[in-house]
Design a protein around this ligand. Sequence first.
Ligand SMILES: *Cc1c(COP(=O)(O)O)cnc(C)c1O
Length: 371
Amino acid sequence: MRKVRMLDLTEQYKNMREEILETIDEVISSSHFILGENVKKLEEDIAHLSNVNHGIGVANGSDAIHIALQAAGVKEGDEVIAPTFTFFATAGSIARLGAKPVFVDIDPITFNINTSEIEKAITDKTSAIVPVHLYGQMADMTIIKDIANKYGLAVIEDAAQAIDAEYQGYKPGEIGTAATYSFFPTKNLGAYGDGGMIVTHNDEIAEKSKVIRVHGSKPKYHHHVLGYNSRLDELHAAVLNVKFKKLSDYSKLRREKAEFYSNRLAELVSENVTIPVEKEGNYHVFHQYTIRAEKRDELKDYLKENGIDSMVYYPNSLHLQPVFKYLGYKEGDFPVSEKATQEVLSLPMYPELPKEDQEYIIEKIVEFYNK
Ligand SMILES: *Cc1c(COP(=O)(O)O)cnc(C)c1O
């Protein structure tokens, strides 16, 4: 039986093995492992990609959110607005600062924060909004920025899934106060371990983030802010520098795979499956290709029986997570998100995904609904 995984990184490695091994060898031979030339180059390249002045490499995408919030002045007791339908780290990073996550429901079409629900959630304790560019499509940034300006709030864009994406020609970090990326191995630009980055056009936030990632030490051994150890390693940065050259090709390939899925699914099972929508003016980079599916769990099992992996991102809304029980939310508070958790299904997606695999996946989905 054919086996199709969500993501297969082996083909990518085969295509760049020599260059990767060479750059790893250079780092080890130089004995310079922390905050050297490789991190600096990646910071510059990713800042440039984001059309901003600063990139700050950190240990992972969760720390990037946490540090960017702290650098933007968010503190204990503040309220920070975030969508309830996202990966845990979005809200985890807010709570780790001692701030209170305040959840907002999502738009049923894009799965991103519903901008018309944001103002209702603002109080005099609110200090920031963390929109998430879910699945690789950016949230409605100009609307969010207008609201933030009206109330004097920082906007930290969680762009973990959306490196290289665009909203009306703007990149993550261009409209917001800062944006954060993750280089977790499965992300669109993935390291061979954990990594993350903050990008910003704000000099002060950039400087503060750099201090926070080295224990809040500035000058060395003098500590005026509480920082921690959160740096991007040279080894990871070196690997990412090799992969970065391919990023825009990867995005194009992901978009091609998405288009292929969408054309076939719309033609064959439009009554049972809702395909992803790219809003006009957006450049969706399809970190995930996520459908809404009738009888989602049965479809998932059927695909599994036929050797095809699929994933539910995400099976639970954050407002219902046990760890956030103290926030006092209950079932029914955010119905659009709760419904999405019952219906979404992400299909295999990566730049090298073979066309035959895609055909096979579509064949099995059609077979399931016609059975
Ligand atoms: C992956 C991810 C993160 C966290 O990144 P890590 O590098 O795993 O810490 C945060 N937010 C979203 C939306 C993510 O997908």
